[in-house]
Design a protein around this ligand. Structure first.
Ligand code: NI
Length: 180
C-alpha cells in the first residue's frame, strides 16, 4: 500500500469529470487499498479518486469511530433523494482547515458497485448521506467550496494559494539547506 498525494484546491485537476470504471481487478483493488491508507492517514472520513488525480468514478467512506467500516462506491448513482434537507459543516482533504455549512438532501438512496464489481444499494442519512454526496460531487469535478458565496470562495482560494507558496518556500529552503 502507499499514501497518495491529495490534490489541493484550487488545483484545476479537481475539476475533471471522472469516467465510469469498466474493468475490475487488481488495479482497482490496489487503488482502493492506497486510497484507504491515504484517507486514514490524513485523517478523513471520505475520499474520491479525483482527489488523488485518478479520474474514475470511485469513492470511499468510513465514518466509524473505529475506522474499520470502509465502504467502497464505484460508479455510484443517487436513485432517490429526500425533499427534506440538512445543513452540515463540511470539510475536505483537498481544502484543509476550511469548514462551512452546505445544504443537501437529508436522506438518499445510492446504487453502486463494490470493489469486486458487485452491485448494491444503500440508504443513508446523517453524516453518511453528507459524505456520499460530497464525494460524488468530486467525481463530477465539484469541490464543496463551490456551494459557498463567491466572496467566501475567493477568500478560501487566496488562503490556499498563500499556504501553497509558503509550503514551496519551505521546501526550497530545505533543499538549499541540504546543499550547504
Ligand atoms: Ni472533499
Amino acid at each position: 500500500m502507499a499514501i497518495l498525494n491529495i490534490l489541493r484546491y484550487p488545483d484545476a485537476r479537481l475539476h475533471k469529470v471522472a469516467k465510469p470504471v469498466t474493468e475490475f481487478g487488481e488495479r482497482i483493488k490496489k487503488l482502493v487499498a492506497d486510497m484507504a491508507e491515504t484517507m486514514y492517514d490524513a485523517p478523513g472520513v471520505g475520499l474520491a479518486a479525483s482527489q488523488v488525480d485518478v479520474h474514475e468514478q470511485l469513492l470511499i467512506v468510513d465514518i466509524s469511530e473505529t475506522k474499520d467500516e470502509l465502504r467502497v462506491f464505484i460508479n455510484p448513482q443517487i436513485v432517490w433523494a429526500s425533499a427534506e434537507k440538512q445543513v452540515y459543516d463540511e470539510g475536505c482533504l483537498s481544502v484543509p482547515g476550511i469548514y462551512d455549512g452546505v445544504e443537501r438532501p437529508a436522506q438518499i438512496k445510492v446504487s453502486a458497485l463494490d470493489a469486486d464489481g458487485k452491485p448494491f444499494e444503500l440508504s443513508a442519512d446523517g453524516l453518511m448521506a453528507v459524505c456520499i454526496q460530497h464525494e460524488m460531487d468530486h467525481l463530477m469535478g465539484k469541490v464543496f467550496v463551490e456551494y459557498l458565496s463567491p466572496l467566501k470562495r475567493n477568500r478560501i482560494k487566496a488562503k490556499m494559494l498563500k499556504e501553497e507558496r509558503g509550503m514551496e518556500r519551505e521546501a526550497a529552503l530545505r533543499a538549499a539547506g541540504r546543499r550547504h
